[in-house]
Every structure is written in structure tokens, then in C-alpha cells.
Design a binder for this molecule. Structure first.
Ligand SMILES: [Zn+2]
Length: 85
């Protein structure tokens, strides 16, 4: 099953999409835009893309951390979220 990676030109959201013949064209899960850029490979990335991935992994990390570090990382998480608005 083909899974493609897309980037939304409207809001910058990046997501993977399983393409089924019956499902029609993909749309952004964040803003529902269909103005998407298909990413050729996750290994050929722009610096902007890399930065976004790093930010996302920091978020994922903050949600799964141990209790000892939670306060510190929670503050970082809020800083990351603030950058998006
Ligand atoms: Zn979007």
C-alpha cells in the first residue's frame, strides 16, 4: 500500500497519507486544505522541514517523558506551541 508524505502549503502541516484509489485526493488533516506539496523523500529535506521535524519530536518527547523531568519539559513544550501561533 502506497504511503506518501505531504506538506500543506496553507498551514505547513506535514503528514503521511495512505493513498487508496477510492479515497480521492488527500487533504490536510489540520486545516482541510487540498493545496498540498508531495514530499519526494524524507531523506531529501529542506532545512525548514528538518526544523519542523525536530520541533515535532520534541513535542512527542515531552508527552512521553518520566515524571522527574516533566516540569522542565512541560515549559519547553509550551514554548514550542507558542511558536506555532
Ligand atoms: Zn493545512
Amino acid at each position: 500500500m502506497p504511503i506518501f508524505e505531504y506538506r500543506c502549503r496553507a498551514c505547513g502541516e506535514e503528514f503521511e497519507c495512505l493513498i487508496l484509489r477510492s479515497s480521492g485526493p488527500p487533504h490536510c488533516p489540520a486545516c482541510d486544505s487540498r493545496d498540498l506539496e508531495k514530499l519526494i523523500s524524507r531523506y531529501v529535506v529542506s532545512s525548514d522541514y528538518t526544523r519542523k521535524r525536530a520541533r515535532r519530536s520534541a513535542r512527542a518527547h515531552a508527552s512521553g517523558i518520566r515524571r522527574e523531568k516533566q516540569h522542565e519539559d512541560h515549559r519547553e513544550l509550551h514554548e514550542h506551541l507558542a511558536e506555532d501561533h
